[in-house]
Design a protein around this ligand. Structure first.
Ligand SMILES: Nc1ncnc2c1ncn2[C@@H]1O[C@H](COP(=O)(O)OP(=O)(O)OP(=O)(O)O)[C@@H](O)[C@H]1O
Ligand SMILES: [Mg+2]
Length: 264
């Protein structure tokens, strides 16, 4: 139900802008008991956003927090594949989210059979799909919601930046210069839209942050959160539906160190 009264909205604003403000208010009401929202982002594809989102979410859960994980990559919703979840939810009823190992999972893959019937989403549909999740899913009380964003600077990341009051973004990069340059671009765009940068993780790392990663940290004026080494076990876990931080003690410790820097 829309409870935002027009009197609360800025006078003379364009109708589309008023609609966004109203949607934002509805999202705020439905997510009133979600304390913190952390996006995992990079404009570059394939750097490990989904891998990091999953492991950050489960590391937080293992530390005793109530956690949700939203797959905000509409075109290629991979979270459910990585976690081996094939549940579907009824899009016409209140969105009741499944829980895997204590973490509440939301993905558009639960609404459509994406593999057999891929949908070519366009801007307004992407926005609608995401805002439906924010406005109607049963988030309940969560300490942290981790959002796995799609690459690029397209509608999904922009919708999230527009509709949610995020704590901020974790920027994912890899040791290569090109990844660093794209990470700086992603971070600066987010900052321009008023999103705080919580820090930078170097994924597929040799162990120590590369100069390129240190340059990203400096350019964004943020914190270095840690390195996640290139490790075959992330691939095999993804294929089997296992959660790396649950399966391997050493991986759990790496993510706990990262997550400790994010906890507020
Ligand atoms: N540290 C790592 N070591 C080895 N393989 C990794 C590591 N991190 C991620 N991968 C693998 O790299 C591939 C891409 O990872 P992932 O899907 O998490 O990236 P992404 O940034 O989410 O990609 P996209 O931009 O397509 O959403 C996956 O096969 C994943 O298993
Ligand atoms: Mg991904």
């Amino acid at each position: 139900m829309d409870t935002t009264s027009p009197q609360e909205l800025p006078k003379g604003a364009h109708p589309s802008f008023l609609n966004v403000l109203k949607a934002k208010e509805r999202v705020k009401q439905n997510m009133a008991n979600v304390k913190h929202k952390i996006g995992v982002y990079s404009a570059k594809g394939g750097v490990g956003k989904t891998t990091l989102s999953i492991n950050i979410a489960y590391a937080l859960s293992k530390m005793g927090y109530k956690v949700g994980l939203l797959d905000a990559d509409i075109d290629c919703p991979n979270v459910t594949m990585f976690l081996g979840i094939d549940e579907k939810i009824d899009p016409h009823a209140p969105l009741k989210l499944p829980v895997k190992e204590g973490v509440k999972i939301a993905s558009t893959a639960m609404l459509v059979d994406e593999i057999k019937r891929p949908i070519i989403w366009r801007g307004p549909l992407i926005t609608k799909m995401l805002s439906d999740f924010f406005e109607h899913a049963d988030w309940g009380a969560l300490d942290y919601l981790v959002l796995d964003l799609s690459p690029g600077t397209s509608d999904a990341p922009l919708t999230i930046m527009q509709l949610l009051d995020l704590d901020g973004f974790v920027i994912v990069t890899t040791p290569q210069k090109i990844a660093g340059m794209n990470s700086i671009r992603s971070g600066l765009m987010a900052k321009r839209l008023g999103v705080h940068i919580l820090g930078v993780v170097e994924n597929m790392s040799a162990g120590e942050p590369s100069q390129s990663t240190l340059d990203v940290v400096a350019a964004l004026g943020t914190e270095f959160l840690g390195c996640v080494k290139r490790d075959q076990r992330f691939d095999t876990s993804g294929d089997s539906g296992a959660v790396p931080v649950s399966a391997y003690e050493d991986i759990k410790m790496i993510f706990e160190d990262i997550v400790k820097k994010l906890i507020v």
